[in-house]
Each structure stands twice: as C-alpha cells, then as structure tokens.
Design a protein around this ligand. Structure first.
Ligand SMILES: Cc1cc2nc3c(=O)[nH]c(=O)nc-3n(C[C@H](O)[C@H](O)[C@H](O)COP(=O)(O)O)c2cc1C
Length: 192
C-alpha cells in the first residue's frame, strides 16, 4: 500500500464510511430534519448520544430552543431521504411536507420519529460544546424505537433483513453485505 503524507487535511473523507443518520427536531410545532454523518454513542450509563452540528444549521437552532432531538436510522432502500433532508434548508422549506416524510408517535419528547426508520432515539439535550465550526451536541437517550424483526438474537443488525445506509462522503452512499460478516470473539482474539 503506497501512502502519501500531507499537511493539507481537506474534507478528510478517508475515514468514512459513516452510518447516515437523520436528526429530527420539533420546537413548539416547528419541525425539521437534517442528515448527519458525524454522530456517536457517548455513554452506556446514562445512555448518551452525541452529534456534531454546525451552528448555522436550522436544526441546531431548533435544538437549542427545544432542548431535544431525535436520531433516526433509515434503510438503504430509502437513502434518498438522507440526501433530501441533507440538501435542503429548513428555514426555506417544510421538509416533512415537501418530501412526504411520515412520522410515528414519540414516547417521551415531541421529536419526530420517522416511520421509515428502523431505529430512532429520542434524546433530551444534556450539553453542547463548540469545537471549531461545529457544536458537539450531547443528549440523553430517553426512549428508543426499533424494528425487532431486523435484529439478530444478540440485538445486532441482521444484514440479510436490513441494509444500513452508509455515507462514503462526496455524495456517495453504499451499504453492507451480510457475506462480509465475521464473528471474532474478543476474549479469544485478545489472548492470541
Ligand atoms: C450525508 C450527509 C451527512 C451530513 N452530516 C452532517 C453532520 O454530521 N453535521 C452537520 O452539521 N451537517 C451535516 N450535513 C449537512 C446538513 O444535513 C445540511 O446542511 C442540511 O441542509 C441542514 O439542514 P437545516 O439547515 O434545515 O438544519 C450532512 C449532509 C449530508 C448529505
């Protein structure tokens, strides 16, 4: 493998793919959704989830007002929705109306839960901190919505039943193939 070493970082897409998420919000009836690739679980106990959001996003402004957000994961078969909500400005359009986004009832907050999502987390804002041109927004997961029939007995995604939406950067999307799955027990491999 031939590597180049440079100081110019650019968009640093090299570490992708990322699972594409749709962040939802509802501030006093004003609903919005945006695509996010920069997100992560942060803690088991309490269950915390973080998303890096540029403060200029309308979604960020609505989260700052409402103190809650939703993290939705949609299957590859509807990945166009990621590009739609990630390519439009909620200040200018009602994305739920324009893209015909169907919703389900949230449990603990008022954040929109996408009907197409195979998993959605309702998060109550815990903290937000600015890093560079983004804000790391952390919420406590107060409710989880998930499709049980696409999970294995272990609770992991069954790739024969559900293809996740992965973002490669540069407007490219892909998914994961069940033929690539390997079981590697960390206790065995950690001792090897
Ligand atoms: C696949 C994809 C991933 C994105 N990831 C992020 C992200 O992690 N953080 C962010 O601030 N913007 C991200 N964006 C950009 C926002 O989704 C986009 O600017 C959107 O139009 C914001 O909508 P809003 O202004 O209505 O909130 C992403 C866009 C796409 C298409």
């Amino acid at each position: 493998m031939f590597k180049v070493s440079v100081e110019s970082v650019g968009d640093f897409y090299q570490h992708y793919p990322k699972v594409a998420a749709i962040i939802t919000v509802n501030a006093g009836g004003k609903k919005n959704a945006m695509a996010a690739a920069w997100h992560s679980a942060v803690s088991f106990e309490p269950p915390l989830y973080g998303v890096s959001i540029a403060p200029k996003r309308f979604t960020y402004q609505l989260i700052a007002q409402s103190k809650a957000f939703g993290v939705n994961f949609v299957p590859f078969e509807v990945v166009e929705l990621v590009a739609s909500v990630g390519g439009s400005d909620g200040k200018e359009v009602d994305k739920f109306g324009k893209f015909g986004i169907a919703e389900e009832q949230p449990l603990k907050t008022s954040v929109p839960i996408l009907r197409d999502a195979y998993t959605a987390y309702e998060c109550e804002l815990l903290d937000s901190r600015t890093y560079g041109d983004h804000v790391w927004v952390v919420g406590e997961i107060v409710a989880v919505h998930f499709a049980q029939d696409v999970l294995t007995a272990k609770g992991t995604l069954d790739l024969d039943k559900l293809k996740p939406a992965l973002y490669l950067g540069g407007e490219l999307y892909a998914t994961a193939d069940s033929r690539s799955v390997r079981f590697l027990d960390r206790r065995t491999y950690g001792r090897r």
